[in-house]
Ligand binder design. Structure first.
Ligand SMILES: Cc1ncc(C[n+]2csc(CCOP(=O)(O)OP(=O)(O)O)c2C)c(N)n1
Ligand SMILES: [Mg+2]
Length: 1015
């Protein structure tokens, strides 16, 4: 049976052009195979076949304008039953509807029950007990309730008790109680003693190992600073976190090997010395390297913090800019699930662990994405917050309790919260105290006090903590001050930490946060234990070092301590054997960075071919060019599955909504609803296997996804191609630090600054119009950036980027600006590819009119103004010109810089020419350069040019107006270029000055008008 396939609902668009026909008569096609590509002035989208069969006839041709219902092809249907699909849809709908009705009915019944119960209760109870100021005015009734609860816990366990409590709370809420139940749990450990899973490790050996690591870490910092006090470093952070790391290293974190992908650990930046100290014992780092801590310039040292760029075989994640670790790791966990759901990665139960400082949690990025983690049920994610109660200057929450605050925040966001506050020495006291006073006291003390307790001694704690209530003082009356001092904090107790990690590993359906209470500068004694200056402490005197040695039983003589020697036991010692064996059991070393990703074959030339041709009368923007290219790349079998389009809620702005249907939006739960636009071609389709990361309005989140995808080659051994498209102003300007971290991480992929340029994004005004992102991009050493004008330039750059990053696996990433201004695109001039990539090429010569000549360098949006100006100069003033398309002032500057350096270092040799000089050196006339960015963008090449150079740009705040008016305002329109050119030629005494004067009058340019930067 023949079927007529027509244009489906394409939203508001009418008469859209057919730009590609993807089938021909006789083709055997399947359902969902694309048949044609339609392009409006904003976006291009493929129309998929709704049936399977053989194409009988194609009823349209390229260039036809079609609307909804127009016939596209005739198909001989080869499906077994007619209308199966429609039937399926029809069948599916009522089922969903039925479910919704069923659920609604259940809720109604429940409400009815609630209502009647409430009525009965109201009738029964007429005397009310009014609670004021939270005081218990009926202790007997309270006791009855508590007894009942205890009975339930004994009989059915805590889960049942929790369920009942939840029900009770729901009841009060339904009755009108608007008091939210506090999300904060008491200031005690989450895991009760009886539920703690015990560590199988040998605690004595583990303590000895930990002590050696502590010593070597501290010695490394002290040694470096003795050599040179400029070097800096931190002892206090790792001292507080040593147990948290050790338990993970000995028992939980699995390394990467040929059978398992490995857990991913985001180490807290300032604890780096501890990681080096362990790697030293493991034999992975030498004593020489430790001696060169923070002395990296000769390539033999260790970097201050985790920097994959500097130690590419060791560090995986740059985290020391606070707040980036948490957000990057959340999106890492999410991206891991994305790869699994898309069938690209095996689900091996790998975990992402993130270590954070409690002070760090004040960074907006730290908490900004925790909602996503619970929404997406990231049970592969574990945060460990080292709550040493201090940051750099002093307490994190002197007047409050950071653990309680974070407890509420994370619990509220739906995380599994495990508090590890008190160590095992507290357990008997907590059991002994039947009055509840101990917990009351624990709850009422603030962090400022807790810090002071540990900065003092046992006597102080007895007086200030237990002394508040006589009963509590009695509780510790048989304990010595030394015993009291030994009452440890949870984060320093390997048993408690083990139990917490074990539970975190087993948690399903939500992410876990472990709030571990520790002491900053643990073991540093008077020199810095729990004192406000701990963070900066890097020079320990002899006395302190001797104390530290004794405190941790390091087998070093006084002399060795004074020499600040490292200590490494013999290879055959129990400690080294144990340490290595644990890591062998856990599959390999950590941290360790490697990549076994296969490269991706670069896409075939055919994909780019179309874009090298003239667009003829067709006007389109470079953003559309890019979308077209991506659409074609999605037809390439090698490339398609690896593309990761990332968009923070602007797909429609960039004309990318066609991807929704074609490749789907990633949603871990699939799509539980029928989208309101389900009949449309670009319907909002969410899918568990969806490919687009539609991030919502979070540039930081989107950037973190970009990093996760662009480093999948090392973290998952999978080469992926992230393409993150954003409003160019909300890219570098907004998330520069994350982009810097992307560079450090050696992320590969494309950043696309769409709707770019100060005058090109006309109406949006001051905060939207980007005139400097390229300068920010130029500061990142491994970022290659371009501001192309024409479709062939975009195609050449994209193809080369794919080749360099994903085929050759170079550790670079690209920044490309695209525009939303529609215009015609010429065919690619011959042999310009090399120039496009190097940063400039000769676009056109206007050579037949006069003797005077000028070099015009145009970039991005302003190249077209340059071409127009060249035409005017030629026609009206008989001035010849060479028009150069500058695709990247940044790349030109890099080349110039390198050549200049080379020439200076080789003073006796014949100087080499920079690429700009090669292009322009033998050409006549001064140079005029202009772009849609501030002047310093073009100015970058000034030092490498021997001619007079005038640059123009869009310095100043943007504002909303038409493109024409904006270009006039910023003086980068063709009229200003003509005028300034005439003036520059006059200054060079190549033409009389009257021409410039005349042009100013003609174009109504006011020489007294203020410079736009002042407006
Ligand atoms: C974005 C950023 N701002 C400031 C710093 C400087 N800085 C380094 S450590 C530190 C204090 C850290 O306190 P916390 O997070 O509690 O970690 P701790 O050392 O106590 O474990 C600060 C402010 C930084 N590294 N990153
Ligand atoms: Mg801290």
């Amino acid at each position: 049976m023949s079927i007529n396939l027509t244009v489906p609902d394409i939203g508001d668009f009418e008469k859209v052009e057919i730009i590609e026909i993807l089938v021909k008569s006789g083709d055997n096609i399947k359902k969902n195979d694309p048949i044609v590509t339609l392009e409006s002035d904003k976006s291009s989208v493929e129309v998929p076949s709704t049936h399977e069969g053989v194409v009988e006839k194609v009823n349209v041709k390229i260039g036809d304008k079609v609307s909804k219902g127009a016939s596209l092809i005739t198909l001989v249907n080869s499906e077994k039953t007619n209308n199966t699909e429609e039937k399926k849809v029809e069948e599916k709908l009522p089922v969903d509807t039925e479910n919704i009705i069923k659920e609604a009915e259940e809720v109604l019944v429940l409400e009815e029950e609630v209502k009647s119960k409430a009525e009965v209760k109201k009738e029964e109870k007429d005397e009310k007990i009014i609670i004021t100021k939270g005081q218990d005015i009926d202790p007997i009734e309270t006791e009855e309730w508590l007894d009942s609860l205890e009975a339930v816990i004994k009989k059915d366990g805590t889960d049942r008790a929790y369920y009942l409590l939840k029900k009770l709370i729901d009841e009060t809420y339904k009755e009108g109680s608007n008091q939210p139940l506090t999300r904060i749990t008491p200031y005690i450990n989450t895991i009760p003693v009886e539920s703690e899973i015990k560590s199988p490790g040998d605690q004595n050996i583990e303590r000895r190992i930990r002590s050696l690591i502590r010593w070597n870490a501290a010695a490394m910092v002290v040694k470096a600073n003795k050599k040179n006090p400029e070097l800096g470093g931190h002892i206090g952070t790792f001292a507080s976190a040593a147990t948290l790391y050790d338990v993970g290293m000995n028992h939980f974190w699995r390394g990467k090997n040929n059978k398992f992908g490995g857990d991913l650990i985001y180490f807290q930046g300032h604890s780096a010395p501890g990681m080096y100290a362990r790697a030293y014992l493991e034999g992975r780092l030498t004593e020489k390297q430790l001696n060169n801590f923070r002395q990296e310039v000769d390539g033999k040292g260790l970097s201050s913090y985790p920097h994959p760029w500097l130690m590419p075989k060791f560090w995986q994640f740059p985290v020391v800019s606070m707040g980036l670790g948490p957000i990057m790791s959340i999106y890492q966990a999410r991206f891991t699930k994305y790869l699994i759901n898309r069938g690209l990665l095996k689900d091996e139960g790998r975990k992402i662990w993130t270590f954070l400082g409690d002070g760090e949690m004040d960074e907006p990025e730290s908490l900004g994405a925790i909602g996503l983690a619970s929404r997406e049920k990231l049970d592969n994610l574990i945060f460990v917050i080292n709550c040493n109660l201090q940051r750099l200057d002093g307490p994190v929450r002197g007047n409050g309790k950071i653990i309680q605050e974070l407890d509420g925040i994370f619990r509220g966001a739906g995380w599994n919260v495990i508090k590890v506050i008190w160590g095992s020495y507290w357990d008997p006291l907590l059991t002994k105290d039947k009055s509840g006073l101990l917990i009351k006291r624990m709850n009422e003390c603030v962090d400022g006090e807790y810090q002071a307790f540990k900065a003092n001694d046992g006597r102080y704690v007895r007086e200030k903590f237990f002394g508040k209530y006589p009963k509590l003082k009695d509780l510790v009356s048989t304990m010595t001050d030394r015993d009291i001092w030994k009452l440890n904090r949870g984060g320093h107790d390997p048993h408690k930490v083990y139990a917490a990690y074990d539970e975190a590993m087993k948690t399903k359906g939500k992410p876990t946060v472990i709030l571990a209470k520790t002491i900053k500068g643990y073991g540093m004694g008077k020199s810095g234990e729990s004192t406000n200056i701990t963070h900066q402490q890097k020079k320990l005197g002899e006395e302190v070092l001797l104390y530290y040695r004794d405190r941790f039983d390091i087998p070093l003589t006084d002399k060795q301590v004074k020499n600040i020697e490292f200590y490494k036991p013999d290879e055959r010692s129990e400690e080294i054997k144990y340490l290595k064996e644990r890591r062998m059991k856990l599959g390999g070393n950590l941290p360790e960075r490697s990549s076994f990703a296969k490269s991706i074959k670069k896409p075939s030339n055919d994909i780019f071919e179309n874009m090298l041709k003239s667009s003829k009368d067709r006007e389109m923007s470079t953003t559309m060019v890019l979308v077209r290219l991506l659409t074609s790349l999605l037809r390439d079998k090698n490339i398609a599955p690896r593309l990761v389009p990332i968009i923070p809620d602007e797909a429609r702005t960039f004309g990318m909504e066609g991807f929704f249907q074609k490749i789907g939006i990633y949603a871990h739960e699939g799509q539980k609803y029928e989208p309101e636009d389900f009949e449309q071609l670009s319907s909002y389709r969410e899918d568990k296997k969806g490919q687009v990361l539609e991030e919502g309005i979070t540039e930081s989140g989107a950037m973190s996804s970009f990093i996760a995808a662009g480093t999948a080659y090392t973290n998952h051994d999978l080469e992926m191609i992230p393409i993150y498209t954003f409003y160019s102003m909300f890219g570098f300007q907004r998330v520069m630090d994350l982009i810097w971290a992307a560079g450090d991480s050696q992320t590969r992929g494309f950043l696309i600054g769409a709707t770019s340029g100060r005058t090109t994004l006309a109406g949006e005004g001051l905060q939207h119009q980007d005139g400097h992102s390229h300068l920010l991009a130029s500061t990142i050493p491994n970022c290659i950036s371009y501001d192309p004008t024409f479709s062939y330039e975009v195609a050449i750059i994209l193809q080369e980027g794919m080749r360099r990053m994903h085929e050759k696996q170079e550790n670079i990433f690209y920044y490309l600006t695209t525009m939303n201004e529609n215009y015609r695109h010429p065919a690619m001039p011959k042999n310009c590819q090399k120039g496009v990539l190097k940063g400039m090429y000769l676009f056109k010569e206007f050579n037949n009119k006069g003797k005077t000549k000028i070099q015009l360098l145009g970039c991005g949006a302003i190249l077209r103004e340059m071409i127009a100006a060249a035409e005017i100069l030629s026609k009206e003033y008989s001035i010849d010109s060479d028009v150069w398309s500058v695709t990247s002032f940044n790349e030109l500057r890099k080349d110039g810089m390198e050549i200049e350096r080379k020439n200076l270092l080789n003073a006796t040799e014949k100087p080499e020419k920079s690429y700009v000089e090669k292009c322009l050196g033998k050409r006549d006339g001064p140079i005029i350069a202009a772009s849609d960015y501030i002047r310093s963008f073009a100015d970058q090449i000034r030092p490498y040019i021997s001619k007079s150079f005038y640059s123009f740009g869009t310095d100043g705040y943007g504002r909303s107006d038409s493109r024409k008016n904006l270009r006039k305002f910023f003086e980068v329109d063709k009229e200003h270029i003509v005028t300034y050119t005439l003036s520059a030629l006059a200054k060079e005494q190549l033409i009389p000055s009257k021409y410039a004067d005349r042009a100013m009058k003609k174009y109504k340019i006011d020489k007294d008008s203020p410079i736009p930067t002042s407006l």
